[in-house]
Structures are given as C-alpha cells and as structure tokens.
Ligand binder design. Sequence first.
Ligand code: SAH
Length: 355
Amino acid sequence: MSAELSLAERLARQISAGGPISVAHYMAEANQHYYGTRDPLGTAGDFTTAPEISQMFGELIGLCLADVWMRSGSRPETNYVELGPGRGTLASDALRAMANTALHPQVHFVETSPSLRERQRALVPNVLHHDAISTLPEQGPLLVVANEFFDALPVRQLVRTGNEWRERVVVRPDPDEPDRFAPMSGYRRIESGIPAIATDAPEGTILEMPLAGSAIALELAHRIARQGGAAIIVDYGYEGPATGDTLQAVRAHKFADPFLEPGESDLTTHVDFTMLGNMARQAGLRVTRTVGQGHFLRQLGIDARAGQLSRTAPARADEVEAARCRLTADDAMGTLFKAMAWVHPDWADPAGFEG
Ligand code: SAH
C-alpha cells in the first residue's frame, strides 16, 4: 500500500474493499499510527502520565521492586522489564532508586513505537528493545512495570442486539467526510466468553473484551512463573466483570471523538483488573488486592519522600506538594488509577497493597 495515504484513507479503502472492520482492528491501527509518529506526552502533547508529574512515582515503584527482590534472595542476573515505557522517565527514576539498593538489572523495554524507542534510548542508553513479550530473555527473574500500558491495547466491543451479542464494527458513514468513521452493530454473532452479569443486558449495551491485553498478561504471567519475579501494573480501570463502553479519545488534554481522524488522538479503554488478576492466577502467580494509586503510593512512603525533596530544595516545595496531591488525591489520580501486583509463589509480597 502506498506510504502517502493517510491512515483515514487506508482504513476507508480497507472498509470499502473488505467491509466493516472490528472496533479492535480500528483501535489497533489508530494507536499504532498515533504512537508511531509522535511523542504524545507532556503539556505540549496530548496527555500527562504519573511518571511525568514527578520523579517520586518511578522512585517508589523501583524501591518497591528492589525490596521484593532483596527479601526474595537478591538473585543475580535479574531483568527490569517495562511495557510501553513512554519517554523512559519511570524506568530512569526506578533504576536510579534500585541502584541505591545495589540492584543493577539488565533493562528491557517492550515498545513498538520507533520514535518513542529513540527517546527512551536517550534516557536509558543500555536498554534492549522488544516488539513483544516472546523475545524477553528466558534466563533470570523478571521485575516488570506497566503504567498506562494496558489501556492502550485494542479491545473487541460487542453490542447487545435483540437477544444476541454482535461484534461492534466501524464503518464510514459519509464518503464526503474522509476523516469521519462511525460504530455500528455488525452481523457477526459472538457467543463465547460472555460473563454471566451480561446475560440479560438491555438492547444496545456494550461489552468490552480485552483481546490483546489478556493475551499479553497471560504470556507475561507464565514467564514470571517460570523465571521468578514480580510485576506492578498501574492503570485507570475497574474490577470487572462489567458492561459499558469505555472507549475514549484524548487529544491536547481534552476528550475527543474516537471515530474522528483515527491515529491523531490517543485511544484507550478502562482496564479490567479482575481479568488481569485471573490471567496471573491461571499461570500460578500470587496476586495482590487492587488498590487505588493514592493508597499504593502512600503506603510506599510518598509523604516522607515529598518532605525529603522539599527540604533538599525548598524553592521546589510547592511543586513537590502539588505533584504529591495530583498523584494521590481522590479527586485527582488517587482512586481512578489503580495498582495491582503479581508475584512468583516463592517470592516475597510487595509492599503497598496492605489494607
Ligand atoms: N508508561 C508510559 C507511557 C504510557 S503511553 C508513561 O507512564 O508515561 C503507552 C505506551 O505504550 C507508549 O510507550 C506506547 O508506544 C506503548 N504501546 C502502545 N501499544 C503498544 C503495543 N501494542 N506494544 C508495545 N507498546 C505499546
């Protein structure tokens, strides 16, 4: 296919030649283009993530994993693995904190965007990049971090139509508006994997199935079960099963229409932490509770760390305090964002998840 076609034009041609495409296919294509062609983070970009708000976020996650590693026997040849590391900020803060505890892991990033890979190399020069979980080293424990990664992966959406569930598909309603797409109920009937709570859902109800996220979670969990280690997952989400459409687009720090100009805004859905926990348990891992990001960071000592940073640099005290609030307050990121950890059955439990 010609490289000069825009993503909208390519999708339009796919639809006119092959018929409507699934929401999952649309989301996968849109995000691959979106992340592949820009740095979306920060005030000049489309959205700001926790590690970009303050170094405290990455430091506390790094210390949490270093603590688990030490209490589990300080195994050599340990790997730090991050999924979708953005600018590499979280990793560089976490690795600095780990180094203070004598943990110097080999660093691996699972990242598909060529432009973000380049940015990550500038902050973490010795990183090894991977397209997928499958090429991660098969030797040595894995200390894994995924912040705002699972929300960017394509989900399949089903629509309740009559008394059936049908795949939600994407069409192009008006040939004169080349950038505008629209969702509709397709004809393909789906019967497997429907949770019990959805059996009597009213007409038009949407049910999301995390096609890519569940596969990645399961593969990762099996690796940790074989090699040892732990994973910390932070994202906005809920404890399912639940019904409802959570697909959203964000552009220049505002909500946008997910079906307008694909590839020019960040498409996400809310992450089902129950599903993530189930994948890990299936692989034989221990799973912590799901807690709010505020709870997690407070238990890891964000208040003390903020105090320390403010004393060292009094001119920055207001900035540190604002960041602490934004990361932990209930009306900011403290409860919408959630944290969960997985750990190998022979490893120690991570701090941060107690009642
Ligand atoms: N964790 C970072 C960035 C979150 S944005 C932070 O907290 O700042 C989502 C990240 O996931 C980006 O780095 C994006 O390029 C990456 N990503 C999206 N889809 C991916 C996929 N299918 N495989 C690997 N990385 C992906």
